[in-house]
Every structure is written in structure tokens, then in C-alpha cells.
Write a protein that binds this ligand. Structure first.
Ligand code: SAH
Ligand code: SF4
Ligand code: F3S
Length: 480
């Protein structure tokens, strides 16, 4: 295959794997709009399609903010847009297939709208194999940029407008923290707040440490300022985001950590605080205390276990045993009895035997999770697990997933039954998409509630009596 690296700034997994001792730079003035790009989007529209996790959702808000600061407006239909960005996810093969399907569809759109600027960004662009495939097969793409290059969008867009060649800029560096970027938030009452970027855990199956760079924390002052602004703007709920929030602060502070941050964020007075994702490793007692003692930290924790078998956990590089996990789980439930706990599970990891899978089932029984995101293992190029023998046939993997999902559904329903006839607090997000006579929102425990209530209460926290319990949602009526 042709070597494009001399023409473009292309990604390198080898560079992305590197973790040096260099200080992380917190940069306030990296973002600028070139003089001739100011107002360039006036009268034009953009469309961003987001795949993957909340980190990508938050990045898309930044991309939207940048485009709007150049004058573009959001398009409701992709066909109206002059700039289309796909913010991609690389976590599993099927995530990538979806994106390639969309790229195929957009090929036709580009034919009928030749002036359209078509860009691809996000985690997939950090992978060499993906960028090579795009260069070879999808010349209709005008712009490829990586997760470390978001603040460069105005400059890259300019190049894409002026040049006939595809513009490619993907830095495989460990990463900086770029502040002061504009953003257009997706929701009016709940907001994502990044507290750290990247991941240094290198679980053997996972691509994220390569696509997102080194673990690096934002300064606590920057985070608290953002939360205070959100409070002033009327936001009721924030979710603190990081691949591993437990590691917050380790890279920049000696004696300030995630528990300290939870405490300080709680004092801003925001009604609801959530966080994701907390790794079972380094989930400290101080974190449990903070959640237990502050009323505005929600009793709902996402605690991905991945497998219930210690040997598989070791092969996954997860840094805890089945027993460690159960000890932590039980400790949380003792200190915060009403806490809901959700999880992520991978089935069919290389070498997983029937007995090892049964350990996952029995752990699930014990924990009786409120919800789980379950996945069939997907080998990711460049990760250590991809070199292990993937010896479990597709049928067995699927059967394990079906059995697990049946248990997930059963437990979700059983756990919801305690809410029948109870009064719960719901942050009203708006009218239900399926039925506009119903309002919709989430409880403290992150349960979806559809209910009859007063439309004037959208954006407020109201009391709802639960009249019907379903597996994935509760139904009710507003009281008072
Ligand atoms: N930082 C988070 C997870 C982010 S990825 C954490 O550590 O919990 C979200 C989930 O995707 C993971 O928890 C895992 O269950 C799943 N996942 C990641 N890589 C995968 C792969 N190669 N195959 C299948 N599932 C995977
Ligand atoms: Fe991936 Fe593990 Fe990091 Fe989570 S902690 S992002 S699963 S490497
Ligand atoms: Fe996907 Fe990247 Fe998130 S790979 S899950 S979008 S960090």
C-alpha cells in the first residue's frame, strides 16, 4: 500500500501507545479562527452525526460550538448542510461498520451536492488501518482530523475549502488539555462536563488508550468554573466525564483527587451530579463517603465488571479479581443501600471457557444489576488481545450473549418493581418522543419515567407517583 505519511499528518498506533514523563500542557489560547474564516458560515448549515460514548457527545458539542462561532447554523436534515461531520467510534467492529455504511450513503449526497465539505473525525481517525482504507476507497471525503485536533477545525476547514486534495491531520501525541473552546450543548437542563481526557489503563481488548491519548486532568478551577456557569444558566444536572474518573488529579495534584472534586462540585449547589466511568480499581472509600454524604451526588454508579472470572479479568488486564469486585460492590451497597449499580460485560473474550462464562452469570445473579451493557468481544487492531487466539466460535459467543441478556432483562424488571406506587423525583426533560401528551425524564437512580404532568414544569425536578412498572421504563403521574 502507498505510504501517505510524507503528504499528510497521518496517525500512528506505535506513537499513540507511548506514555512519556513529559508534563501535560494546559493551553488556554490554542483556539483561533483565521481572519478570513470569521463569518464564513453565514447563511450555511452544518450537520454532525455522533457515534460512541459521552466523550464523543461532548466533543460534538464543541465541534458544533466552533462551527457556530464561524456563522454556521445547525441543519435538521443532512441534505441541507454545507458541512457534514461524522464523529466516529472505534470501540468495536460493528461501530466502525456503521460509520462505513454512512460514508457509503454520503458518497451519493456528495455527488448531488459537490460543494459539500465532508469530514470524518473521532476515534476511528486515530487508527492507521481506518485512515488507509479511507484514503484508498473513499476519496469523496474532504477532511480527516483526530481527537487531538478538534480545536484546529477552523484552520482545517479553510484548507479543505481551498485545496482539492483531501486534508488529513491526526496527531498521535499523548495529548494536552485545551481550554476555552466554544460549545453548543445538546441539552438545556443536563450537561456533560469533562474532568479528564485519555486513558492509561490499557485493558488488553481496548482501543481507547490509543485513540484518546494519555490520562490528563483538567484543572479543578476550570471544572468548577464550568459547573458554576451551568448553575447560573439554569442547568439542573451535570455528568462528570472521564474514561476513569477515579484517576482524576493523579497527574497534576499531590493531595487532590476525585473524592475532593466530588466534594467541591457538590458545594456549587447544582441539583444533580453524576459521573462516568468509574473503574472498580482505585474506587476509594473517600469516593463512597462523598456519594453517601452529599445529597446532590446521585446514588447511581456505573461500575463495569467486564467478566466474573478472575483468570479472564487477568487476561483482560483489569487489575482486580472477582473477589475484589464483589467486596467493593458489597461495600457500596452497605454504605449506600439504595444505590443502583449498572455495569458493562464482554462475552467471548479469547479463551473464555463455559465455566468461566458461568462465573459471569453467577456474579450477575449476586449483583442483580439494574442495567448492563453487554458486548461480544471484538478484536481491535494493535491491542494485545488481538494477538491472542480468538478460539470461541460465533455461535457460542451469541448463545452466551443471549443467555446473559435474558438475565439482564429479568433483573431490570425485578429491580423496577420496588417503585410501584412510590413517589419519585424526576428531572423533566421534555415531552415524550412517542407520545407528546406525556412528559419524560429520569429519577435520581437514573430510571426513565414517562408520565402525565404539567408542561410548564419542563426543566424542573417534580414528584411523580409510579403507576406502572416496565422493564426499561416506569410510568406515572405528577403529584401536587
Ligand atoms: N472507560 C470505560 C469503558 C469505555 S468503553 C471503562 O473502563 O469502564 C465501554 C465498554 O465497551 C467497555 O466497558 C467494554 O465493556 C466495551 N468494550 C471495550 N472494548 C471492547 C472490545 N474490544 N470488544 C467488545 N467490547 C468492548
Ligand atoms: Fe478501555 Fe480499560 Fe481504559 Fe476503560 S479503562 S477506556 S476499558 S482501557
Ligand atoms: Fe468509542 Fe472513542 Fe468513546 S472509541 S467509546 S468514542 S472514547
Amino acid at each position: 500500500m502507498k505510504d501517505y505519511s510524507e503528504y499528510f499528518k497521518a496517525p500512528s498506533l506505535k506513537e499513540a501507545r507511548h506514555r512519556g514523563k513529559d508534563d501535560i500542557h494546559h493551553i488556554d489560547d490554542a483556539y483561533e479562527i483565521p481572519a478570513d474564516m470569521v463569518g464564513i458560515g453565514k447563511g450555511q448549515k452544518y450537520y454532525i452525526q455522533t457515534y460512541g460514548c459521552q466523550a464523543n457527545e461532548r466533543d460534538s458539542e464543541t465541534l458544533a460550538g466552533i462551527l457556530e462561532s464561524m456563522g454556521y447554523e445547525e441543519a435538521t436534515d443532512i441534505k441541507e448542510a454545507q458541512v457534514v461531520l461524522l464523529n466516529t467510534c472505534a470501540i468495536r467492529e460493528n461501530a466502525e461498520e456503521k460509520v462505513f455504511g454512512k460514508i457509503g450513503y454520503l458518497k451519493n449526497l456528495k455527488r448531488t451536492h459537490p460543494d459539500l465539505i465532508f469530514g470524518v473525525c473521532g476515534c476511528m481517525t486515530q487508527e492507521e488501518v481506518v485512515v488507509k482504507k479511507i484514503l484508498e476507497k473513499y476519496p469523496q471525503i474532504d477532511l480527516i482530523f483526530g481527537t487531538h485536533n478538534i480545536h484546529r477545525l477552523p484552520v482545517l476547514l479553510k484548507q479543505a475549502m481551498l485545496e482539492k486534495e483531501m486534508v488529513l491531520e491526526v496527531w498521535s501525541k499523548e495529548g494536552d488539555v485545551i481550554e476555552n473552546l466554544p460549545s453548543h450543548r445538546a441539552h438545556r437542563y443536563k450537561a456533560w462536563v469533562n474532568i479528564m481526557y485519555g486513558c492509561d489503563k490499557f485493558c488488553t481488548y481496548c482501543i481507547v488508550p490509543y485513540t484518546r491519548g494519555k490520562e490528563r486532568s483538567r484543572l479543578k478551577e476550570e471544572i468548577l468554573e464550568e459547573v458554576n456557569e451551568l448553575v447560573q444558566q439554569g442547568y439542573k444536572e451535570i455528568t462528570l466525564l472521564g474514561q476513569n474518573v477515579n484517576s482524576y488529579g493523579h497527574d497534576i495534584y499531590d493531595d487532590y483527587n476525585f473524592a475532593s472534586l466530588l466534594h467541591d462540585v457538590s458545594l456549587t449547589g447544582i441539583d444533580r451530579i453524576r459521573f462516568t466511568t468509574s473503574h472498580p480499581w482505585e474506587f476509594s472509600d473517600d469516593m463512597i463517603e462523598a456519594i453517601a454524604t452529599h445529597d446532590n451526588i446521585m446514588p447511581a454508579i456505573h461500575l463495569p465488571v467486564q467478566s466474573g472470572n478472575t483468570e479472564i479479568l487477568k487476561k483482560m488486564g483489569r487489575r482486580y479479581t472477582r473477589e475484589d469486585y464483589l467486596t467493593l460492590f458489597d461495600k457500596i451497597k452497605v454504605r449506600i443501600p439504595d444505590c443502583t449499580i449498572t455495569t458493562d460485560i464482554i462475552v467471548g473474550f479469547p479463551g473464555e471457557t463455559d465455566e468461566q462464562f458461568e462465573d459471569t452469570m453467577s456474579l450477575y445473579e449476586h449483583c442483580s444489576y439494574d442495567l448492563a451493557y453487554t458486548f461480544i468481544y471484538s478484536p481491535r487492531d494493535g491491542t494485545p488481545a488481538a494477538k491472542m487466539k480468538d478460539d470461541i466460535d460465533k455461535h457460542t459467543k451469541e448463545q452466551r450473549l443471549y443467555r446473559l441478556n435474558d438475565l439482564v432483562t429479568e433483573k431490570a424488571y425485578q429491580n423496577n418493581l420496588i417503585y410501584q406506587d412510590q413517589i419519585v423525583e424526576v428531572l423533566v426533560e421534555g415531552t415524550s418522543k412517542r407520545d407528546d401528551t406525556m412528559l419524560t425524564g429520569y429519577t435520581k437512580h437514573q430510571k426513565l419515567v414517562n408520565f402525565k404532568g404539567n408542561n410548564d414544569h419542563i426543566g424542573q425536578i417534580v414528584k411523580v407517583k409510579i403507576t406502572e412498572v416496565k422493564t426499561w421504563a416506569l410510568k406515572g403521574e405528577e403529584v401536587e
